[in-house]
Design a protein around this ligand. Structure first.
Ligand SMILES: NC(=O)c1ccc[n+]([C@@H]2O[C@H](COP(=O)([O-])OP(=O)(O)OC[C@H]3O[C@@H](n4cnc5c(N)ncnc54)[C@H](O)[C@@H]3O)[C@@H](O)[C@H]2O)c1
Ligand SMILES: O=P(O)(O)OC[C@@H](O)[C@@H](O)[C@H](O)[C@H](O)CO
Length: 538
């Protein structure tokens, strides 16, 4: 069985393999998308295929929309060449149930995949045509937190961003510049309104996306590439809106066990790849069943009826509160603590970590004891129910093949949100003392210890990719396991950097505590475990 339009014609074989097929006319969907595109998505990776594309599939199956989504990638063209094109942009979605069984379905709501880069003029021209089309209602993104960043840790523009400012809309490469150039096409073709929606895990994601796009536009205005009218249109939220959103569905990298199960069922060519840009991707996506998407309802050119696919459409404050609840308290801080300590302790499974008494206690202390006192109740989801589902059902699900190494990717970009926001909330609350925090500092200490790339057994350990890895490892060079004094003076510049932690931890009086913990973890092999035991009273 082959995953593609022709391959799906053998209905009986797919039925035999217990794979649900799309219940709509795929050719008609592709033709409608070409004629009247409504939705473009940037970041053609796993969460998009396993969650967002399924929303449109549900609407197609309910007969509520006729067209599909156009997927685009500005960063990793292998995804399109190797995972989209050979499979007619279809995905084999595998939902992993808590009893170990798998639900399989073909997601076919992506009409095409495009490489958004000047090296691919045909694809870029197709995108320009789509952006000029008045039917286009929304552009969404899952490009990771770093995809929005224009500046480095010192607040200076990256050289490739400077190059985009100088070269202008016809010859740019960064995701934010490319999107701005495509919005310029739309402006010049009649300036029909549009919604530009970040669906990444970052606080105030809509604000972050807007700020980067508007910054690019202002530089192009200064350099004479665009006129005032374009910038005014872009900044008019009734014309170009940047709704905020919160997205949640644990979508691990493709797992061997799932690949084997699909191959055993007779489905061909399911092998995962790691692209040259380090994306772990396969023709299939494996993910848990729980999923939450909350979106600010500001779509000036209309939108698909997403609420009919289970999306919460609401106001900005509710999105903000829901996102803060998940990303700063109830899920992601626990994930990052499990990521760094899991790598140090030799784990490759989050579910296995949840059986480790110290690690389970650590996430409970971070979540229930330190996070919950400052959690905001978004009302549409109950924080206590949410965190309980995370701690008791989602993280320990042994059939979710999630790994601390995936979650440890780009930790430097996540720390200010995942831990920094709770730290700021403690500072803002007169009835709370930020110095009373222990387990969030312990998680930060674990990350600093992780950066040494030596595990708790004293063996070399590969750190996951992170745009700040080289800089931070440079700042920590000379720090040695077995020699806590080698840390002397090395942490102050790191812990005082508000870009990394959201505030200056030296000024807040947390640096000594964190440094003390890192020193303990540096005592020698086994010291990480011993430190965890000591703080968690085990
Ligand atoms: N996987 C999850 O469990 C999950 C859950 C909720 C939210 N998210 C959000 O979605 C994002 C992507 O997750 P995923 O599972 O799809 O990851 P993935 O590795 O499968 O895909 C990442 C995508 O981002 C693009 N990208 C990476 N760096 C970029 C850059 N600098 N500029 C432009 N594009 C870039 C890649 O080309 C790829 O399309 C996460 O960072 C997070 O913000 C993921
Ligand atoms: O996707 P990232 O890299 O921002 O973070 C890694 C995980 O914490 C994240 O993907 C979670 O699985 C997700 O936020 C669950 O909804």
């Amino acid at each position: 069985m082959k995953l593609c339009y022709e391959g799906l014609k053998d209905h009986a074989a797919w039925e035999q393999a217990a794979v649900r097929l799309p219940a709509f006319d795929w050719k008609a969907m592709v033709a409608e998308t070409e004629a009247n595109p409504t939705w473009v998505h940037f970041g053609a990776g796993n969460i998009f295929r396993g969650f967002i594309a399924r929303l449109q599939q549900s609407l197609l199956e309910q007969g509520l929309v006729k067209g599909g989504i156009v997927a685009a990638d500005t960063f990793d063209y292998d995804i399109i060449d190797k995972i989209y094109t050979p499979f007619d942009s279809m995905t084999l979605m595998v939902s992993l149930k808590p009893d170990g069984s798998m639900e399989k379905e073909v997601v076919a709501s992506i009409a095409e995949g495009l490489r958004a880069g000047t090296a691919y003029p045909e694809d870029l021209e197709r995108l320009r045509t789509i952006f000029r089309s008045p039917s286009l209602q929304m552009v969404s993104f899952t490009i990771t937190e770093k995809g929005y960043a224009l500046t480095n840790m010192e607040g200076k523009f990256f050289p490739f961003v400077e190059a985009d400012f100088a070269n202008g809309p016809a010859n740019c490469s960064h995701a934010m510049s490319l999107v701005t150039s495509l919005l310029l096409e739309r402006y010049r073709a009649g300036a029909t309104p549009i919604a530009v929606v970040s669906m990444d895990n970052c606080s105030h994601n809509g604000e972050k996306l807007r700020s980067s796009v508007v910054t690019v536009a202002h530089h192009w205005l200064d350099n004479g590439f665009v006129d005032d009218g374009f910038v005014a249109w872009l900044e008019d939220e009734s014309k170009v809106s940047f709704p905020w959103s919160m997205i949640d569905k644990i979508t691990p990298r493709p797992a061997k066990v799932v690949e084997e199960s699909l191959e055993a069922a007779g489905i061909e060519d399911m092998a995962p790849i790691v692209t040259s840009k380090n994306t772990f991707i396969a023709p299939f996506v494996n993910a848990e069943i729980p999923q939450y998407l909350v979106v600010e309802d500001r779509f000036p050119n209309g939108r698909p009826p997403l609420e009919k696919a289970g999306v919460y459409m609401t106001d900005r404050n509710t999105v903000n509160d829901t996102e803060r609840m998940k990303v700063t308290t109830c899920l992601n801080p626990l994930h990052t603590a499990l990521a760094v300590y899991g790598c140090l302790l030799g784990y490759t499974s989050i579910a296995a970590e949840m059986k480790d008494p110290e690690l389970k206690a650590l996430v409970e202390r971070i979540g229930y004891d330190e996070g919950m006192p400052v959690v905001v109740d978004p009302k549409i989801l109950n924080p206590m129910d949410f965190i309980r589902e995370v701690v008791e059902q989602r993280l320990p699900n042994p059939f979710i093949p999630d790994a601390p190494q995936r979650i440890a990717t780009d930790t430097s970009q996540k720390v200010p949100i995942r831990f920094g926001e709770t730290i700021k909330s403690y500072v803002a609350r007169p009835d709370l003392d930020v110095k009373s925090l222990t387990f969030i500092p312990l998680a930060i200490a674990g990350w600093l210890r992780y950066l040494l790339a030596v595990d708790d057994a004293g063996k070399p350990m590969e750190c996951s990719s992170d745009p700040m890895l080289a800089t931070l490892q440079g700042q920590l060079s000379g720090v040695t396991l077995g020699d806590p004094d080698s840390l002397d003076g090395k942490l102050t510049p790191i812990l005082s950097n508000p870009v990394l932690f959201g505030s200056d931890l030296v000024e807040l009086g947390l640096a000594d505590k964190i440094e003390g913990m890192v020193r303990e973890e540096l005592a020698g092999p086994g010291a990480v475990r011993a430190t965890l035991k000591r703080y968690l009273n085990h």
